[in-house]
Design a protein around this ligand. Structure first.
Ligand code: ADP
Ligand code: MG
Length: 256
């Protein structure tokens, strides 16, 4: 069993790994993120929940600058994300992202999917990159699939490869945007188990999910969003047993 990379620089200056301050974002007339203040500590697991359209995906996408913001600031490990260029690619690699749709490179093998970023962005040599890729594929339970193409794998296997690919960059934080929503039910647990293990190993994680079992067992904090705002945040026990806002009560009554 190989060691999973955990958040780096555990002793670096501040304990705040991701800091959003007064972040605002519009899509035309739609104010999709409204004065978002959110601080995520090193090693913390934050689950983001809320109704469809509340801005959860946009929030994730702003954190690694797949979307720009209109105002406010976002710091990753104390540094703002640059607007573009090489420096952005390097800093973006510090923020691993796993999407609902698996987003693997269809014309590359599983192994190539996990080595590509290491070779291009981290400039790792090929033998080292492959060794690390194989170790990570073993870690997420798909080592026997290394030479296949993504379409030859089940959805659950593809999503575990996507996690291995993100981990190969030694990210400081991992963002998961509904990683199990597109999976057949019998494959959801195999992906959640990999995420649970990552959380136990100390990875800093932001997870958008409707899997309340995962939220209860893995999250340090639940953030509830509605209409572009953070309406409520609390420890999972407190949030699920005693939500304060009417919006959260209404949401929970529909999903639980
Ligand atoms: P969630 O992930 O919580 O379902 P999203 O962040 O995907 O919410 O979307 C929030 C709102 O922003 C929705 O109303 C959505 O239609 C809108 N939206 C998302 N992306 C875009 C875009 N690229 N252009 C215009 N509107 C968008
Ligand atoms: Mg979404």
């Amino acid at each position: 069993m190989t060691e999973v990379p955990v958040a780096k620089d555990a002793v670096a200056g501040t304990n705040d790994l991701v800091v959003l301050k007064s972040v605002n974002k519009h899509f035309g007339a739609l104010h999709v993120l409204q004065d978002i203040d959110l601080t995520i500590a090193r090693g913390e697991v934050v689950v983001v929940i809320g109704p469809s359209g509340s801005g959860k995906s946009t929030l994730c996408r702003t954190v690694n600058r797949l979307e720009s913001v209109d105002s406010g600031s976002i710091l990753i490990d104390g540094k703002p994300l640059p607007a573009e260029g090489r420096e952005l690619a390097r800093l973006r690699a510090d923020v691993g992202m796993v999407f609902q749709s698996f987003n693997l490179f269809a014309h590359k093998t599983v192994l190539e999917n996990v080595t590509l970023g290491q070779l291009k962005v981290r400039k790792t040599d090929k033998a080292k990159a492959e060794e690390k890729a194989r170790a990570l594929l073993d870690r997420v339970g798909v080592s026997t699939q290394a030479d296949k193409y993504p379409a030859q794998l089940s959805g659950g296997q593809q999503q575990r490869v996507a996690i291995a690919r993100a981990l190969a960059m030694d990210p400081k934080v991992m963002l998961f945007d509904e990683p199990t929503s597109a999976l057949d039910p019998e494959m959801i647990n195999e992906v959640l188990e990999v995420m649970q293990q990552l959380a136990r190993d100390g990875m800093t994680m932001v997870v958008v999910t409707h899997e309340m079992g995962f939220a209860r067992s893995a999250a340090n904090r639940v953030v509830f969003m509605a209409d572009g705002r953070i309406v409520e945040e609390a420890a999972p026990d407190q949030f699920f047993s005693n939500p304060r806002s009417d919006r959260a009560k209404d949401f929970l009554s529909k999903i639980l």
